[in-house]
Design a protein around this ligand. Sequence first.
Ligand SMILES: [Zn+2]
Length: 389
Amino acid sequence: MKQNTTITAKIKLYATKEQKALIQETINAYTVACNYISEIVFESKQLIQPKLHAITYPTLRAEYNMKSQMALSVMRTVIARYRSAKSNKHQWSLINFNRGELDLVWNRDYSLTKDGFFSLITHTSGRIKIPYEAKGVEKYFTDEWSFGTCKVVVKSGALYLYIPITKEIDKYDITACNDVIGVDLGINFTAVSYGSNGKTFFFKGRHIKDKRAQFIKTRKELQRRGTASSRRRLREIGQRETRWMNDVNHVTSKALVANCKDKALIVLEDLHGVRNATEKVCKQNRYISVSWAFFDLRQKIEYKAELAGKKAITVDPKYTSQSCPKCGNTDRYNRDKRNHTFKCKGCGYTSNDDRIGAMNLWNKGIAFVSKETIEINFDSTGHVNVPTM
Ligand SMILES: [Zn+2]
């Protein structure tokens, strides 16, 4: 069985000053048109494109000077935003497009030219050809990947395309599973993995913890100063930290996924684990970005596993740090946080406490694989429910 997997490629464009101005003008025109449509959608509650078309198309063409294809894109952009607000159960309210919008349809509004440029449609000046940063994204320019409608984004004065790219892959077949890996994400160790061969891998996190602490210290100092230049520095530091964390997570997820067998099932804690992990951090090390960093790492593991023919699932993390992986005895005093040890009150099994979480997740994965041959139990978020052991 086949399934599609989609990731977002972020591609930097090297536009000239004139090109940037043309794109910015296009973004502005598109955004203004989005706001016009948004008001009509808000009042009419009309989310069916042909009906919205009948009401708005002539005005979009005549007064907003939109070419016909771009007028259709504007409607789609606005409808999609209202639909997504609706599916997120937000109250019906007017959506403002105030950040600048521009959605371009592949091979119609934007394309790749044979001589290696991105060609983008503009509001008033036809198509323009812009060079791009190919490093890191070349692998997506093959027949295996198909490009979707991209978003044009201006960030810190630079121009980017956010392109959803899709590849057809074989659906993971649990009956072919040849290894189960429990992966516990943490602070002292970014990740600890435990596999069916009984081997534990520790992905060291100490240097990350230290570097993050450094970021926090710098940030605090800048916050205290509160001048215009310190605020600008603060933004720069934030961006640098995000880039760095992104790199760290790429490296960790890549190593982790490469480290397990070709049809492995990787077992991670579900989102509750994020909160637990934040709580694990002692107060002086507390930082907001922890949850984000975990969320990001988990996502990277998930998609890298998928692309490699493996599969990552998330399970209820309840008691994963207190239960004995050998006899199942659950007692908060099994764990001695201060000395980083685990000693079971029931059977006496002793181990490093960071390893216990990974072992218990491995146990849950094994239970899942055996259960799976009978029925698949996915909840509405696509996550797998495994009963707590
Ligand atoms: Zn025990």
